[in-house]
Design a protein around this ligand. Structure first.
Ligand code: ATP
Length: 292
């Protein structure tokens, strides 16, 4: 039987995101608490005949299925220029240009599956280094759960995983350009309030107290009409909206499932293409193996 791995890949939100400075090389330094959430892509890797060139298909026609895809890049970086002997199918549910790390998460999943099938000699440290070379958020997804990111996002400290919390997450059809969002932060005259320390203090107490202190510096420079609509609808339902990453997804912690569902319904009625009631998840990518 041909070997086959199916990976369930969670998205992330940032419970906090403080931009703390800018290095001489132009990279911004940050402090952020990353958290995996229950919006999942699925990557299936299936062994084919040896020498058969790698193929990639995707359920979302807007996502490129060639060397531009981070899953493809992961295969080349791990296995060399012309990977062969397997096919990959990507089922997308994580919205793009959302600040939910969709491409980075898929990339980490490809590294995990392909190491197991074709490169068992790659140790964890080498895999982490390969991940870091593919994108700033990729190493986080090798771990998942609740993680403090510092430096330019490369210094990761895993934290005790958050117990499942009820959220609503929404995104409009427009995305946000990350470089443009950083440019706007750079031109702000006044310093923005940091929230990472307050989030770290509140992580394992009452969920309501945690979601009362979550924050993101990019909220101050993000005024897309759809983001403003999401904020208004969440507030009208008693939910405090916070941007994820550099946007354009917005999340809010809810007191219970009913509050989340009512808000999700209102967001969908307002025409938002992505609105979900979800839980935080205390783990990263999970795998199901067949034929091993
Ligand atoms: P982040 O939270 O890291 O900022 P993002 O919200 O910008 O991520 P992604 O899903 O990573 O969103 O997609 C950004 C772009 O990357 C897409 O427009 C797409 O063209 C490209 N891309 C490359 N690989 C993938 C992938 N596996 N899934 C989705 N998009 C991908």
């Amino acid at each position: 039987m041909a070997r086959n791995i199916i990976l369930k890949i969670p998205a992330k939100i940032n419970l906090s995101l403080d931009i703390t400075g800018r290095r001489p090389d132009g990279y911004h330094t940050l402090r952020s608490v990353f958290q995996t959430v229950g919006v999942f892509d699925t990557l299936t890797v299936t062994e084919t005949a040896p020498g058969e060139p790698m193929t990639l298909t995707c359920t979302d026609s807007a996502v490129p299925c060639d060397a531009r895809n981070l899953v493809w890049k992961a295969a080349v970086r791990l296995l060399g220029d012309a990977p062969c002997g397997f096919s990959m199918q990507l089922e997308k549910h994580i919205p793009s240009q959302a600040g939910m790390g969709g491409g980075s998460a898929d990339c980490a999943a490809a590294l995990i599956a392909l190491r197991e099938m074709f490169s068992p000699e790659t140790d964890d440290a080498a895999l982490l280094q390969t991940a870091a070379g593919l994108g700033a958020d990729v190493p986080f997804f090798l771990h998942g759960g609740t993680v403090l990111a510092e430096g330019i996002g490369e210094v990761l400290t895993p934290l005790e995983p958050l117990k499942p919390c009820q959220l609503v997450i929404a995104k409009g059809s427009s995305g946000i350009s990350t470089p443009e969002a950083y440019r706007r932060i750079d031109t702000l005259g006044t310093p923005l309030p940091d929230t990472t320390d307050a989030v770290l203090d509140a992580l394992h107490g009452d969920a309501e107290a945690l979601f009362a202190v979550c924050g993101n510096h990019f909220d101050a420079v993000t005024d897309l009409p759809e983001v403003c609509t999401i904020r208004e609808i969440m507030r009208a339902h008693g939910i405090r909206p916070v941007l994820s990453g550099s946007g354009a997804a917005v999340f809010g912690g809810c007191t219970d499932r009913e509050q989340a569902d009512r808000c999700t319904e209102a967001l969908r009625k307002a025409g938002l293409p992505f609105a979900e009631t979800v839980l935080t998840v205390p783990h990263g990518i999970t795998a199901e193996r067949v034929g091993f």
